[in-house]
Write a protein of this length. Structure first.
Length: 91
């Protein structure tokens, strides 16, 4: 799936990512919001696309993947999940 956000400026994309990083679960907010704030501008186009695809995953599934490690991440989002997992291990 190609990113539909290409026509947005970098600052608009960053704002959209910050908004989408705010989830229904506080535990995810504490990981995803700081990840976006600290790493978004250094992500390549592929990882930006993956990040926005990741934001479409429901909160329970994301928590199971990132926090509780009960599920494997989708293979097509491997790069961004690995970045987030590495970030999470450092906080």
């Amino acid at each position: 799936m190609k990113c539909h956000y290409i026509i947005l400026s970098v600052s608009e994309l960053l704002n959209k990512a910050k908004f989408k990083a705010r989830r229904g679960l506080n535990e995810l907010d504490k990981i995803l919001v700081p990840f976006v704030e600290k790493n978004f501008l250094s992500l390549n186009e592929t990882k930006v696309e993956q990040l926005f695809e990741l934001f479409e995953i429901d909160d329970v599934s994301l928590a199971d993947i990132i926090i509780y490690k009960k599920k494997d991440y989708p293979e097509d989002l491997k790069e961004i999940f690995e970045d987030i997992m590495h970030f999470f291990s450092e906080i």
